[in-house]
Design a protein around this ligand. Structure first.
Ligand SMILES: Nc1ncnc2c1ncn2[C@@H]1O[C@H](COP(=O)(O)OP(=O)(O)OP(=O)(O)O)[C@@H](O)[C@H]1O
Length: 437
């Protein structure tokens, strides 16, 4: 790696990655038994070596004030790229020029000595970052205060919890007055309150012109913190552009993969059900006096789809076949977010829709005129129960996936978007209010 020791200027990149490739050696041991080993030695066979390229011909430039998110699936090469940028790993070919001070939040506290106290490690770690003793001494109180270690600062770090360790590592890194902050999923570190504090500090540093390079699976963090995003796939740059656009494209791609897998699973379940009359035990249960034979999620035009825009119509059609006449049934459904959050669970009877009886074939429709769900993946449960909802006749648990799409340019957190309006009043009479803070 080439390091050019100059102070950064705005027309000069802080980091320049030029045609970088990285090769790892994969060593496979095929001998499984003493006999195999003996045969290999006798035949003078060497264990087979394979090479593998987690990064291929990557070039990028990072300028002062840039904020770049790096995203991609597991194993796509994100962490390897950060390690090459920070000099933890040498590139196999190509080179990296760095120009300015880099604070790496990759392996926080990795340079700590376990027998030294937190305070002593601040000096040790600070000097690894290139700070002189006088500067460290000047910043010591701020570092200790940010890490919130209290009296533990004079305890050897081997007695720290992993959270305390990381807090101190984070605090030292951000107090090094860096030009570039390199972050690998660090926002998942520590407790919720500390995470918020770290995020706030990262925002402040960004606002002060510190360049940010963030690897994260949390795409909302990338949207919020980064102006530009780079999508890595199999060690190659698949896309590079405005963060919102790249996150949208990446989400569309991963959703397509997800639905393809779900469709394959469902096809396998259907085949299994045909071969084996026992229904899928975990996802479906009930007396089966009536059976749900088809479920459609339809759009405004009545077309069965599995993607819906927020605010659009979603109409669920539950087709059933009765093996006997069923008096006063209850139709129910429930929406779950993919992480298991239960969003709602209405049923026909509670909502005052009474059916005297069902028999033969029929269809029940549940219509949402304006879908309030925030973008994400969801799963739908549908069911037929008896009158009091105490006996399941046919319950299909979270069997129907669908996706709510992100309206361009809006990224709200939480499960639902509640339509509402904002109103600002620029000046009010002091007499109309009472200060409570
Ligand atoms: N030291 C190593 N030796 C061999 N292979 C490695 C080594 N380090 C990483 N790899 C492999 O290189 C590939 C890229 O790994 P990397 O950690 O960069 O991916 P990533 O995109 O950060 O993944 P994740 O999202 O899971 O963190 C993976 O297949 C990984 O198994």
């Amino acid at each position: 790696m080439k390091i050019i020791p100059q102070s950064p200027t705005y027309d000069q990149p802080l980091i320049e990655v030029v045609n970088v490739s990285k090769r790892f050696r994969l060593q496979r041991e095929y001998q499984r038994s003493f006999q195999d080993l003996f045969i290999r030695l006798w035949k003078r066979q060497r264990s087979e070596v394979e090479y593998f390229w987690p990064l291929r011909d990557i070039s990028l430039q990072i300028y002062p004030g840039d904020s770049i998110g790096i995203l991609g699936q597991n194993g796509s090469g994100k962490s390897t790229l950060l390690k090459v940028i920070t000099g933890v790993l040498p590139p196999t070919s190509g080179y990296v020029c760095t120009n300015g001070r880099i604070a790496s939040l990759l392996e926080l506290g990795a340079g700590f000595h376990p027998d030294l106290t937190g305070r002593e490690n601040v000096f040790l770690n600070g000097s690894i970052y290139g700070m002189d003793r006088a500067t460290i001494r000047r910043k010591l109180d701020q570092i200790i205060e940010f890490a919130e270690l209290g009296d533990f600062i004079d305890t050897p770090v081997k007695h720290y919890s992993s959270g305390m360790y990381v807090r101190l590592g984070f605090s030292v890194a951000i107090h090094t007055s860096p030009d570039v902050l390199i972050i690998d999923e660090v926002l998942t570190v520590g407790d919720q309150i500390f995470q918020q504090k770290c995020l706030q500090r990262i925002y402040e540093m960004k606002a002060a012109g510190v360049a940010i390079v963030l690897v994260s699976h949390n795409l909302e963090d990338i949207r919020r913190l980064c102006d530009r995003a780079i999508w890595l796939q199999n060690g190659l740059v698949r896309a590079d552009g405005p963060a919102n656009d790249i996150v949208d494209d990446y989400l569309a791609y991963t959703n397509e993969l997800y639905y393809a897998r779900r469709r394959a699973e469902q096809a396998a379940t259907t085949t299994k059900t045909q071969e084996d009359p026992t229904p899928s035990e975990q996802r479906r249960w009930g007396t089966h006096q009536a059976e749900i034979i088809r479920v459609e999620l339809c759009n405004e035009q009545g077309k069965a789809v599995d993607q819906f825009q927020q605010g659009a119509t979603l109409c669920v059609r539950i087709y059933y076949k009765c093996h006997e006449r069923i008096l006063r049934p209850t139709f129910g459904l429930a929406i779950y977010r993919q992480d298991g959050t239960h969003v709602n669970g209405p049923n026909s009877v509670d909502e005052g829709y009474h059916i005297e009886a069902i028999e033969d074939y029929g269809m029940m429709e549940y219509r949402i005129d304006s879908l309030p769900l925030n973008p994400g993946r969801y799963e739908l449960t549908v069911a037929i129960y008896n009158r009091n909802s105490t006996i399941a006749i046919d319950h299909h648990h979270r069997m129907y996936p669908f996706e709510v799409l992100q309206p361009r340019g809006r990224a709200e957190e939480g499960v639902v978007h509640i339509p509402a309006t904002w109103r600002h009043v620029s000046s009010i009479e002091p007499a109309l209010t009472t200060e409570i803070l």
